[in-house]
Design a protein around this ligand. Structure first.
Ligand SMILES: Nc1ncnc2c1ncn2[C@@H]1O[C@H](COP(=O)(O)OP(=O)(O)OP(=O)(O)O)[C@@H](O)[C@H]1O
Ligand SMILES: [Mg+2]
Length: 284
């Protein structure tokens, strides 16, 4: 659905390249995560793909056509939710959705059902200016999917949401995938990335050093250990053992037999640990 090769981009008036020769492909039905710290180039890339920034170098093909050759009809096929909600403040929730829906030729999904799903049905006749950040985020999210587009671009879709609403939005993103939609998601939240993404690209300083499946990254780079906590002479002690040799680790069994064990946990490296290990950078 998306094929990017050797894409470079420099903002006008800037001497430095914001994007430096990046390459990636996204298949139909895939949730592709773009992960990186602030200033890495996530929003810039997304803006190039949706056509808000022109003058890129290299090739960006969307559904088989070069981005710079695509016409306005392209917007029927994509949905975009930025990290800052762009809504009409003086209109109500339902007025916003009806107005934006009227821009599209596609038949829109059932608006009341969408509002209900994100817990906003009871607020549909209230003006958006009185909405909280989280309410605006949720309205902005359904606004981006209401015309049932093939490709969705979400920039930090769960930022500013409480855990329950974040879960609703994450579940809806998975459902979009299950219906064959393609999702390009940017975030610096590794948990969101791990929960949702089929593949992730790590982006740092305008380059992509790594693209892989989260489970593959964990297998390749994560260390899997067992941590045992026990009490000895009234002091809590802990020891860690590698998981792969645990079945014949005599120290481990000695502790199990002879000590007063408090907890045993298996521990996996998180995507965040792997990001730091591979890029030498923190995510925030
Ligand atoms: N309008 C602009 N003009 C000039 N430089 C810009 C502009 N927007 C972004 N940049 C620069 O381009 C680089 C990439 O920025 P971008 O906004 O794509 O980062 P990001 O990964 O989305 O970060 P964040 O996580 O903070 O949203 C940064 O060095 C930034 O300073
Ligand atoms: Mg950004």
């Amino acid at each position: 659905m998306i094929r990017v090769s050797e894409m470079d981009f420099t903002y006008e008036k800037s001497k430095k390249k914001a994007i430096k020769g990046i390459n990636f492909n996204i298949e139909k039905g895939e949730i592709f995560g773009f992960l990186g710290p602030s200033g890495a180039g996530k929003t810039t890339t997304q803006r190039i793909l949706i056509g808000l920034l022109r003058g890129y170098q290299g090739s960006v093909e969307i559904m088989g056509k070069e981005r710079r050759m695509l016409s306005k009809d392209f917007f029927e096929n994509i949905g975009v939710a930025f990290d800052f909600p762009n809504l009409y403040q003086k209109l109500t929730a339902i007025e916003n959705l009806k107005l934006i829906g009227s821009y599209y030729k596609n038949n829109c999904l059932n608006i009341d059902e969408l509002l209900e799903r994100v817990g906003l049905l009871g607020d549909k006749d209230k003006k958006v200016e009185g909405f909280s950040k989280g309410m605006k985020m949720r309205l902005n999210f359904i606004r981006s999917i209401m015309h049932d587009p093939e490709i969705l671009f979400f920039d930090e879709p769960t930022s500013g949401l409480d855990p329950i609403n974040a879960k609703i939005v994450k579940d809806m993103i998975v459902e979009l995938k299950e219906r064959g939609k393609t999702v390009f998601l940017t975030t610096h939240n590794m948990t969101v990335a791990e929960q949702l993404c089929d593949r992730v690209a790590f982006i740092v300083d305008g380059g992509i050093p790594v693209i892989d499946r989260p489970d593959n990254l964990k297998l390749k780079y994560g260390k899997h250990t067992v941590k045992v906590k026990y009490v000895e002479n009234n002091v809590l002690k802990k020891e860690e053992f590698p998981m792969d040799s645990i079945s014949h680790n005599s120290n481990f069994f000695q502790i199990l037999k002879s000590k007063n064990i408090k907890t045993i946990h298996s521990q996996e490296a998180t995507l965040e640990d792997i990001f730091i290990k591979l890029t030498g950078r923190e995510l925030l």
